[in-house]
Design a protein around this ligand. Structure first.
Ligand code: NIG
Ligand code: MN
Ligand code: MN
Length: 325
């Protein structure tokens, strides 16, 4: 099968999960996900099912922890796309949309920038062919790769106002000589300025104790909207997200799993001492899914090496499932 997206270098691995039967009433993710079909290629399994109404989703893995390594964190996130597919596979499939797996972009030999460029081209091509794109990171350097795709998509280049909503304990606005998992949103701010566009960036879950005064000053200078972790009640976050959504046309949502409490998400580079409760994060995902503005999303920072009973991967899988409802 010819790939729609030449920049993807690893073919999709087969999805697996529990088998309860072939009928739609038994369907789980592993049975519903189909390889991304070529433009004129044979129909995938998802096309054999009754045609769902919603925009098809396309999943891409970004197998990278080069950004985490450069940011002096705990490496291992390069194995996350595989762990996330393994956690998604057994989930019961209740979605009203087709889901395709477009494979992985792997960062090799420390070439983070090359990998980000390739993922960006793949995302832009999938967006421009009508998909809701979902990237399974990768360290949070995934966000800049995602942005390259979103920023190059027709939706954004033709004038839709883009908003970037980050659920994260960290701003990731570091001003460093090299790109890393700590720099993606400053890179975006600069790229948006170069494109003559405003940068609309909001973060929920910021840990005051884990972001220096310099980072808060950068956030203020860039007009970043943020909510501290201790202020993330369900109601406050709902209002925060609603007011952000009101000012944009299309949303890129990025979930850094270290926004969750360490007991819920132990498998990350920097586990959160405080963290935003899972029901709040899950409510944001439902709110965003219902808004009709979600253009692209990703989950980042899963490190399977430090996970316990795949707890973090299971939580991430459930959030992805919620986002695609
Ligand atoms: N992706 C970003 N990570 C955090 C890491 C913080 C830490 O290691 O304590 C940051 O750079 O701020
Ligand atoms: Mn973080
Ligand atoms: Mn982050």
């Amino acid at each position: 099968m010819t790939s729609l997206i030449p920049d993807v270098d690893t073919p999709s691995a087969p999805w697996t999960g529990r088998f309860d039967g072939d009928g739609p009433e038994h369907r789980r993710w592993w049975q519903a996900v189909a390889p991304l079909p070529a433009v004129t290629g044979p129909a995938g399994a998802a096309q054999e099912a009754p045609q769902p109404a919603a925009r098809p989703a396309a999943i891409l893995g970004f197998a990278s922890d080069e950004g985490v390594r450069r940011n002096k964190g705990r490496t291992g996130a390069a194995a996350a796309p595989e762990a996330l597919r393994r956690a998604l596979g057994p989930l019961a499939f209740h979605l009203d949309r087709a889901v395709y797996d477009a494979g992985d972009v792997a960062v090799a030999g420390g070439d983070l920038e090359g990998g980000q460029a390739r993922l960006g081209r793949a995302v832009a091509s999938l967006l421009d062919t009508g998909h809701l794109t979902v990237v399974l990171g990768g360290g949070h350097e995934t966000a800049y790769a995602s942005y390259l795709g979103v920023g190059a998509s027709r939706a954004v280049t033709e004038g839709k106002r883009l908003g970037v909503l980050n659920l994260d304990a960290h701003f990731d606005l570091r001003d460093e000589p090299v790109a890393s998992s700590g720099t993606p949103f400053l890179q975006m701010a600069r790229a948006e300025a170069a494109a003559g566009r405003g940068f609309r960036y909001a973060v929920a879950g910021i840990s005051e104790a884990n972001n220096t005064r310099a980072l808060f000053e950068t956030a203020d200078r860039l007009g970043v909207r943020y909510l501290l972790d201790e202020d993330c009640s369900e109601e406050r976050v709902r209002d925060f997200v609603a007011s952000f959504l009101a000012d944009i046309d299309v949303l890129y949502l990025t979930i850094d799993l270290d926004v969750l409490p360490a007991a819920v998400a132990p498998g990350v580079s920097a586990p959160a001492a405080y963290g935003v409760p899972l029901p709040v994060i899950s409510a944001v995902c439902r709110q965003v899914a219902r808004s009709g503005k979600l253009l692209h999303c990703d989950v980042a920072e899963l490190n399977p090496e430090f996970d316990l009973d795949s707890r973090t991967a299971r939580v991430a899988a459930r959030l992805v499932d919620t986002l695609l409802r």
